[in-house]
Design a protein. Structure first.
Length: 317
């Protein structure tokens, strides 16, 4: 079945004071995709992420999140909501809770309140047991089932980041945002967590083959091009380096989407051969990161054309 949308950004512009940061950003993400966002420092990646989260609403334009299988279920973002989960570079776990308790914490806040836990204690104990059971299942999915009883101080940075991912996934958000999630980790741990994300993508493919909705849609902000092309099935480039004069602007209007293309799809056990996308990596460097670039903003927006070609090439059921 065709994939429904998970996120739609329409005509989004933003700035601080008189300084423009984002200009007419337009982006549509389908359910089940892992989209990697790259761009030069200062181009507004974090500003765009905060607009999606809902903590910093744009001056112009809208962000719409879709939580079901139809375009009719979308709602315009007007603030933070549980339909969007986020994992930051520096994980935020409670040091006094174990891994499984940290993962279950969101369920407790979402499904109960203080009076329920105090005055309906037997019911709370039963629900608490269910929350912990679900939390253990999500820890298993991120490869941390054996660490459920450990405290953050007893885990490595990579293990804590896995707990943070499970903490976000258990709330079943329509969209999971990851802001430089592995930037503070060493290369070996970074590779391990990249493979974890590839495993979640395989869960999407399995659901798609069954005709079910894909459970994970992810939007990853990263400065690492190899990571973007290895983990994502689509790479979006946000940049202030584009031919804004040809578009009729007297001054730089801010960063916009200048690159949007498919990326190779890897499985967790595949060899990490970065040479297979060396050409695409160099193209991104030229289009997105080169200050001397003067490409029209539409020149390298090929994703939807590539998707249509892919669907036409698929054998009929």
């Amino acid at each position: 079945m065709d994939q429904p949308a998970s996120l739609a950004i329409d005509c989004l512009s933003h700035g601080f004071g008189t300084k423009p940061v984002l200009h007419d950003v337009q982006l549509r993400i389908l359910r089940g995709q892992i989209v990697a966002l790259v761009g030069p420092s200062g181009c507004g990646k974090s500003t765009l992420l905060r607009a999606i989260v809902g903590t910093h609403l744009p001056r112009q334009g809208t962000v719409t999140v879709f939580s079901g299988n139809s375009h009719l279920t979308g709602h315009v973002v007007e603030g933070p909501g549980r339909d969007r989960g986020i994992v930051y570079q520096h994980y935020s776990l409670f040091p006094f809770l174990t891994a499984v308790e940290n993962v279950a914490f969101g369920l407790m806040l979402d499904q109960t309140n203080i009076s329920y836990r105090l005055f309906k204690f037997p019911r709370w104990l039963k629900r608490r047991a269910e929350h912990l059971k679900q939390a253990r299942e999500f820890l298993d999915r991120v490869g941390l089932g054996s660490a459920a009883s450990l405290y953050p101080s007893e885990m490595s940075g990579g293990m804590c980041q896995r707990v943070a991912v499970a903490q976000a996934l258990i709330m079943k958000p329509a969209l999971l945002l990851l802001d430089e999630p592995f930037g503070a980790l060493d290369e070996a741990m970074r590779e391990e967590l990249q493979r974890m994300l590839l495993g979640l993508y395989q869960e999407n493919l399995a659901a798609r083959r069954k005709g079910e909705l894909e459970p994970h849609t992810m939007f990853i902000v990263t400065h690492e091009l190899n990571e973007a092309l290895y983990v994502g099935d689509r790479v979006v480039g946000l940049s202030q380096y584009w031919d804004w004069r040809q578009a009729g602007h007297a001054q730089p209007p801010g960063a916009t989407v200048v690159y949007d293309c498919s990326a190779p799809i890897f499985e967790p056990d595949d060899t990490r051969d970065f040479s297979c996308f060396a050409g695409q990596r160099e193209e991104i460097r030229d289009v997105v990161f080169n200050p001397d670039s003067a490409y029209p903003r539409e020149k390298h927006l090929r994703y939807w054309q590539e998707l249509e070609q892919q669907r036409e090439a698929e054998p009929a059921p």
